[in-house]
Design a protein around this ligand. Structure first.
Ligand code: ADP
Length: 171
């Protein structure tokens, strides 16, 4: 099942919430900061322990890493790094698609039955919400066609975003 809701992702009682992290994985602004604040310092400590694949990079763009949720109602946080949107001609859509695909694969590996996504890359990273939501919905639908037993929630912080998701999901 796929649905869009309006709300704060840190409040959701799902098996996993997805964080729109950066490659360093030690917190940041927007949803990343909200998740770290709500999960507590243990999340920071767990992120520190994620090995760097190269200096300053724990999670390359498009990939995903999992940690416990600590003080969050969610069991896990899946950290993924969306692309910074330049002009749409720098592989942004493939990278954003990878975020959804890799996050869903990690959720499956960890037996999650429910997962909630924020609108990855559409804040500070500047990805146009219509295009980003299309990618999110098509990846979610493709995943559900293979693995039925998982609930995918798009957690929109803005009304505008929920309206866009609702339209796409009704199609
Ligand atoms: P990015 O750097 O990937 O663009 P941002 O955190 O700047 O990440 O924005 C991603 C999305 O997260 C935006 O749509 C923003 O409105 C949303 N957002 C911010 N705080 C929360 C929250 N507490 N719960 C859900 N979504 C949030």
């Amino acid at each position: 099942m796929i649905k869009a809701i309006k709300g704060d992702i840190t409040k959701l009682e799902v098996d996993a919430i997805v964080n729109a992290a950066n490659e360093l994985m030690l917190g940041g602004g927007g949803v990343d900061g909200a998740i770290h604040d709500a999960a507590g310092d243990e999340l920071f400590e767990a992120c520190l322990k994620v090995p760097e694949v190269r200096p300053g990079v724990r999670c390359p763009t498009g990939q995903a890493r999992i940690t416990p949720g600590f003080k969050l109602p969610a069991k896990f946080v899946i950290h993924t790094v969306g692309p910074v949107y330049l002009d749409g001609k720098h592989g942004e859509s493939a990278k954003l698609g990878n975020c959804y695909r890799n996050s869903l694969a990690l959720a499956l590996e960890n037996n999650c039955k429910s997962i909630a996504f924020p609108c990855i890359s559409t804040g500070i990273y500047g990805y146009p919400i219509e295009e980003a939501a299309e990618i999110a919905c098509s990846e979610a639908k493709a995943f559900l066609a293979q693995h039925e037993n998982i609930e995918i929630v798009f957690c929109c912080f803005l009304n505008r975003d929920k309206i866009i998701y609702d339209k796409l999901l009704a199609q």
